[in-house]
Every structure is written in structure tokens, then in C-alpha cells.
Write a protein that binds this ligand. Structure first.
Ligand code: FAD
Length: 383
């Protein structure tokens, strides 16, 4: 049976980044992906994800700063541009509540202050002056951070995989991991294409992770849902170019987000946590017309020049009860390390991959992962 230092299960953005970082550290690394590379059944496909340091919890701000350094390393190694910095605004309506419990501008500014990061606090009038594309109601507070922007999703996953291979990692597509068996000096990994041994295994299987954790009596409370984003076609695209329009997040009773025109003549927007609950097996890949209607009418009010919806694509969220990440070995089986993203980890992936590789190879990390343990009971916390 082939023996590895580190095995990675799941090669979405988290697993691909972990395989890249483990291989960079010189570990003999193997990664398994149940579907073909570049598939769209998980959470890491499509073109764009928002990157930002702007978070309501200092630990996430610090992790985002680390991630920006790691994105830059990936750009240098691959020779490809990953990030497009556009600036970003987070709007807080007076009724901001719900899923994201850091609900106020002051929580964001406090955690940016704690990390010494610059921002601007803007009134609706100041927003209108800078970006007439937005139509904000009175009472909305806006936090602007100049370092926010876009990471290319598909390109960065492929680049992590490519760089991992350059460093000697073996990455197998269409190879499903069926079972992880703890043994005294590591784990045995049973796959649809044979058995492997590794000293440590990193589980980055997101919505599918409990299939592997259940036999280990280590299931994690997760809610899985199909999300959707819509591309709109403004009549005039010029005001929505990346140099003129920021990435944006709306915090209200419900949360929405959107992008400037990026790589195609349209602007993308979506609702965060649309609660269209379904398992990977139940996923239809058909969008919900009700959610599209809700988004379109929300956009009509916020960005009146958004134009007509062009197309809607679906994606998948796997959410922990408090939406925190999990970056931790299992309590009972320390050779099995979990990396789970709570539906917002893309921007952090290269830093999280490094931490997972450190936990696997060094048995420790200097990064602060105190928030990211295995959840026991549902709590409400701040992102
Ligand atoms: C619509 C949408 C918008 C988002 N916007 C943002 C954003 O703006 N900014 C941001 O930071 N984040 C964003 N996110 C969240 C982010 O994209 C996800 O958190 C991230 O992609 C999760 O990556 P992952 O690798 O954990 O999961 P996945 O990409 O789902 O990867 C898990 C992989 O594991 C494989 N797998 C599972 N089980 C097995 C097995 N037994 N054997 C082998 N392989 C297995 C799966 O096939 C899959 O490829 C968004 C997500 C969605 C859906």
C-alpha cells in the first residue's frame, strides 16, 4: 500500500490549498477528488469571490491579512493574477440582523481598528457622491475598505492544484474516499480506486464531510443548502467596471452581495444564506424563481441601473451552526484534521491551507485558531 505524509480528501479550494501548502513544506502529499477537476457540484466553482479584510471579528481580519500575503505568493509562483482590487463597501441597514451576527458598522470598525487597518465610514450622501450607481435609503451606515476586491475562483483552484503538482503532490480526480480508518501510526484511506496510508489526513470534503465522520462517531452539525447568484446586464456597463464600482455587501434582515463587471459584460449578485435547504444528493441545480424574483426586486431598489437578469447559477453552502470555520484535529483521532468553511472561506483559503498543512506536518500552528474548534452546541457568534 502506498504510504504518504499527508493525504487530502476533497479538492475544492480548501483541499487544493492544503495540498499546495503541504507539498510546499516538503511533505509527500496525495489528494483525492471524487469528481472530475473543475466540476461544479461543490462550493468553489464559477469566476468570482469577494476578498476583504472587513469582518466583524478581529480574528477573521487577521486571518484575511495572512491570506492576502498568501494570495500574493500564489500569484508570484504561478505568474497569474488572482486578485483584482476594487475597494469594497459593507452597508448596514438599521434592521441588520440574522445570519451574520456582527450586524453593525461599529463591530466592523472595531475589529479593523484592532488590526490597524484603514477604513472610511460613509453616509448615504457620501456613498451617492462616490458611486451614483447606488441608491441608499437614509439611516444606512457604510464601511468602505480600499483593500477589498475579487479573487478569480476557478483560476485559483486550478493554480493551487498545479503548484501542488509542481512540488511533487499526486492529485487524483474521480477517486472517491469511502472510509478513513485510524491506525496507530496514521490512517488507512479506502477509495473507489484502492487503499492508501498516510500519517495524517486533512478532510476538506465540505458538504460531504459527515459521510466520512459518521463512522468515526464524529459528525459535525452542518446545514447544507443550494445557493444561487444571478448575472445582470446593465444597459451601460461603463459605470460598473472594476475601476469604477466596488464589491458590495448589504446587511439587513437578509444579506445580499454583488460585484462589478468582471471578465464578462454583466454584474453578479446574490443573497447570502438563502435557506434553499437540500443535500448534495437532492441538489437540482435548477435555480429558485422566487429567490431570483426577490433578488431582482432588491437590486431594483439598490442599483436601479442593474439591467435585466441574464442567467442564474447555483452553488452549495455547508454551514456550521455559528458559521465559524472548523480548522482542527478531531478530538479522538488527532491524525484526522478537519478544514470546513461555513460558506465564506474562499478568501481565506491559502492561509487556511497553510494552517491545515502546519497542523498535519508540524502538529501545531502559530496562527490563532482558537475560534475554529469542533462545535459542540449551536451558539451565536460574530463573523
Ligand atoms: C454562491 C456562493 C458565493 C460565495 N461567495 C463567497 C465570497 O464572495 N467570498 C468567500 O470568501 N467565500 C464565498 N463563498 C464560500 C466559498 O466559496 C466556500 O466556502 C468554499 O468554496 C468552500 O470550499 P471547500 O473546498 O471547502 O468546498 P468544495 O468546493 O465543495 O470542495 C469540497 C470537495 O470535496 C470533494 N469531496 C467530498 N467528499 C469527498 C470524498 N469522499 N472523496 C473525494 N472527494 C470528496 C467534493 O467533490 C468537492 O470537490 C461562496 C459560496 C457560494 C456557493
Amino acid at each position: 500500500m502506498d504510504q504518504f505524509d499527508v493525504a487530502v480528501v476533497g479538492l475544492g479550494v480548501v483541499g487544493s490549498a492544503a495540498a499546495y501548502q503541504a507539498a510546499l513544506k516538503g511533505a509527500k502529499t496525495i489528494g483525492f477528488e471524487q469528481f472530475e477537476f473543475g466540476h461544479v457540484r461543490g462550493a468553489s466553482s464559477d469566476t468570482s469571490r469577494i476578498v476583504r479584510t472587513s469582518y466583524g471579528t478581529p480574528e477573521y481580519v487577521k486571518l484575511a491579512q495572512d491570506a492576502y500575503r498568501e494570495w500574493s505568493n500564489l500569484e508570484q509562483r504561478s505568474g497569474l493574477q488572482m486578485l483584482t482590487i476594487t475597494g469594497g463597501v459593507v452597508f448596514f441597514s438599521p434592521d441588520a440582523t440574522g445570519i451574520n451576527s456582527a450586524n453593525s458598522a461599529s463591530e466592523f470598525t472595531k475589529s479593523l481598528d484592532a488590526n490597524g487597518l484603514p477604513y472610511e465610514l460613509l453616509s448615504p450622501q457620501e456613498v451617492k457622491k462616490r458611486w451614483p450607481q447606488f441608491n441608499l435609503p437614509q439611516g444606512v451606515e457604510t464601511v468602505f475598505t480600499a483593500d477589498s476586491g475579487i479573487v478569480h475562483a476557478g483560476r485559483s483552484v486550478a493554480a493551487f492544484q498545479n503548484e501542488a503538482r509542481q512540488e511533487g503532490a499526486i492529485l487524483r480526480e474521480n477517486t472517491r474516499v469511502d472510509k478513513i480508518i485510524p491506525v496507530p501510526d496514521g490512517v488507512v484511506i479506502k477509495t473507489s480506486k484502492g487503499q492508501f496510508r498516510a500519517a495524517k489526513v486533512i478532510l476538506a470534503a465540505d458538504a460531504w464531510i459527515n459521510r466520512l465522520l459518521k463512522p468515526l462517531d464524529a459528525e459535525i452539525p452542518l446545514t447544507v443548502m443550494q445557493e444561487q447568484v444571478t448575472y445582470f446586464k446593465p444597459h451601460d456597463l461603463a459605470p460598473f467596471e472594476t475601476t469604477k464600482f466596488p464589491v458590495w455587501i448589504w446587511g439587513g434582515k437578509e444579506w445580499f452581495y454583488g460585484f462589478p463587471s468582471y471578465g464578462e459584460p454583466s454584474i453578479k449578485a446574490g443573497r447570502d444564506i438563502a435557506n434553499n435547504i437540500m443535500t448534495p444528493e437532492q441538489r437540482t441545480f435548477a435555480h429558485s424563481p422566487q429567490l431570483l424574483e426577490q433578488l431582482t426586486s432588491f437590486m431594483e431598489a439598490l442599483i436601479p441601473a442593474k439591467g435585466q437578469p441574464l442567467r442564474t447559477v447555483t452553488c452549495q453552502y455547508a454551514i456550521t451552526p455559528d458559521r465559524q470555520f472548523i480548522i482542527s484535529p478531531l478530538e479522538k483521532y488527532k491524525n484526522i484534521i478537519v478544514g470546513l468553511g461555513g460558506g465564506h472561506i474562499f478568501k481565506f483559503a491559502p492561509a487556511v491551507g497553510r494552517i491545515l498543512a502546519e497542523l498535519a506536518i508540524d502538529g501545531k500552528t502559530d496562527s490563532d485558531i482558537s475560534l475554529f474548534g469542533i462545535p459542540r452546541t449551536p451558539t451565536s457568534s460574530k463573523l
